[in-house]
Design a protein around this ligand. Structure first.
Ligand SMILES: *[C@@H]1O[C@H](CO)[C@@H](O)[C@H](O)[C@H]1NC(C)=O
Ligand SMILES: *[C@@H]1O[C@H](CO)[C@@H](O)[C@H](O)[C@H]1NC(C)=O
Ligand SMILES: *[C@@H]1O[C@H](CO)[C@@H](O)[C@H](O)[C@H]1NC(C)=O
Length: 322
């Protein structure tokens, strides 16, 4: 057999392995899969939901204002040595490596499978989904536009990689979902700029500042694109349910695929997400910032302070905790 043919066969095999044939996603099979997942998720029983456990997991839904909580509260409450290493970088994240107490990431709920569940408290912040979509669009454009200082896409991509490697810092471009949204938007911005260079600028941009399609991808194009469908649609619900396309558990991708194929199954996802929220130590709302921040301080902050005070005393007297 010639190499090309055997390679093609191998690819077919791989593809069939990864994605079971489409009949595997027929409604009946999917309903069973999703129901099974939902009932196993709903039965997990968490007691003492309002008492802070050893580990605090901040499930950071993108564009909810979570950075404010992270920098103004969590970074002040927990010393850097208590922060789980590379919290925003799934590839290098290994919570068992250290006695870390704080994990803040855009990872979805499925990362709980790597944590000691009964010792972990979860907090999150939610936002009106429509505002979150606008904000995700705006942020993708904003970050991607920073690269327009470069003369072309190749040079922009190359430079940003070099800078990231040199500095060894975690950039927005390494973090889900931005690692997909920003490069996609970058490519688009450069393509539109190249087209303007080729065709010359339009005779007039008009007076409608929302009609900027010569310059930037319109919102409707963004939101109907498969990438947005993968990452932004129902984003918060999927993240709380543990079903984002960034999920840590392979089986979750099957459940996800079923839900994406048969939208009526979404009701089970919503049910699980709501149950998870009920079990969390704290849930804030971007829209009620003042009230949410105050509640965070009183409920989470106060407990962290008394817990860390107590464990410092324990460490000094020689006892070791995980
Ligand atoms: C892209 O820009 C760089 C730096 O300005 C230049 O060296 C390179 O030739 C350009 N590549 C293309 C394909 O235009
Ligand atoms: C923009 O609005 C001004 C004032 O209403 C008008 O005179 C002008 O022709 C408009 N320009 C375009 C390109 O529509
Ligand atoms: C997640 O979505 C992005 C954007 O559509 C895609 O490039 C990526 O391959 C997806 N990841 C998985 C694991 O499906």
């Amino acid at each position: 057999m010639d190499h090309a043919v055997s390679l093609a066969l191998l690819l077919v095999l791989l593809v069939t392995n990864v994605y079971p044939s489409s009949s595997a996603y027929d409604f009946e099979h999917c309903e069973n899969t999703v129901k099974k997942w939902a009932s196993s998720s709903l039965h997990s029983d968490t007691k003492d939901g309002h008492i802070l456990k050893d580990m605090l997991f901040f499930l950071h839904v993108p564009r909810t204002g979570g950075r404010t909580y992270f920098y103004c509260f969590l970074k002040k409450l927990y010393s850097s040595s208590l922060e789980c290493p590379r919290s925003y970088d799934k590839l290098r994240f290994d919570p068992r490596k250290r006695n870390c107490r704080l994990l803040a990431t855009h990872d979805d709920y499925s990362i709980m499978s790597k944590l000691a569940r009964e010792r972990t408290s979860v907090v999150t912040i939610l936002r009106n989904p429509i505002d979150r979509v606008f904000s995700a669009y705006e942020f993708s454009v904003e970050v991607a536009a920073r690269f327009l200082v470069h003369s072309n896409l190749t040079s922009a991509t190359k430079t940003s990689k070099t800078v990231r490697l040199k500095k060894g810092v975690i950039s927005t471009l390494d973090i889900w979902p931005w690692k997909y949204l920003v490069p996609w938007m970058m490519e688009d911005l450069f393509a539109r700029r190249d087209a303007r260079k080729r065709n010359g600028p339009p005779n007039a941009y008009g007076n409608d500042s929302y009609n900027m399609k010569e310059i930037v991808m319109p919102l409707h194009e963004f939101i109907n694109h498969p990438v947005a469908l993968d990452i932004i649609h129902n984003g918060a619900t999927f993240q709380v349910a543990g079903l984002t396309n960034n999920s840590n558990i392979w089986e979750m991708h099957e459940v996800r695929h079923c839900v994406m194929t048969h939208q009526t199954l979404g009701k089970y996802v919503l049910e699980v997400a709501k149950k998870r929220l009920d079990e969390m130590l704290y849930v804030g709302l971007t829209e009620d910032h003042r009230e949410s921040a105050t509640m965070f301080a009183n409920l989470v902050g106060a407990q962290v302070i008394s817990q860390l005070g107590a464990s410092n005393a324990a460490t000094e007297s020689g006892s070791v905790f995980w």
